[in-house]
Design a binder for this molecule. Structure first.
Ligand SMILES: [Cu+2]
Length: 180
């Protein structure tokens, strides 16, 4: 499915700052980041952008490392009616989002969900998500046919006005991000 951009200006800004934000996200100290995982997968630096009253959508970001070949097949949160993985793409001068039904995670590879690229879209949010609080996010992975498991992390809510970090060479960047 295709969804129209909810905050096109913000998305364009993310596109411009994308590489710097990716590098910056990777430099967040682990102690401050929501982490979780199993022998099969690690989640780190998971965060959600804060929302204002009346804003029903938010995006979550972080990095996911598969320790075996996996697929991320679902995300859910008790604070959102719906959560799905999206990727950004440019259509004309607008950024558009497309749902990714199953995100492939190759063994040993880290996939980054970051502003301007892949993200988890949370829709149907009730109360505003405030900086300093956390949002439970449950990621469901598929190891094989009819073999799934779930990992829940407490994602930190962070400001959408966080200043951009100084530019730095991005590392471990997901190839999908290069399309945006
Ligand atoms: Cu989205």
């Amino acid at each position: 499915m295709t969804c129209l951009p909810v905050f096109p200006r913000r998305h364009v800004a993310h596109r411009l700052l994308g590489a710097a934000l990716v590098a910056w996200a990777l430099s967040i100290p682990a102690a401050r980041a929501a982490t979780g995982g199993t022998a099969d997968v690690s989640l780190s630096g998971v965060w959600v952008r804060a929302t204002v009253p009346g804003q029903p959508v938010a995006a979550a970001y972080g990095s996911i490392t598969g320790h075996r070949d996996l697929k991320l097949v679902a995300v859910s949160s008790p604070l959102a009616k719906r959560a799905e993985v999206h990727e950004m793409s440019s259509g004309g001068d607008m950024m558009q989002m497309r749902a990714v039904p199953a995100l492939v995670l190759a063994k040993g590879r880290t996939v980054l969900l970051a502003p301007g690229g892949l993200h988890v879209m949370l829709t149907g949010i009730g109360a505003p998500l405030k900086v300093g609080t956390t949002v439970p996010l449950t990621f469901t992975f598929e190891r094989g046919r009819n073999d799934t498991f779930a990992v829940t992390v407490q994602a930190a809510v962070r400001s959408g006005d966080t200043p951009a970090p100084p530019p730095a060479a991005p590392t471990a960047r997901d190839p999908l991000a290069d399309r945006h």
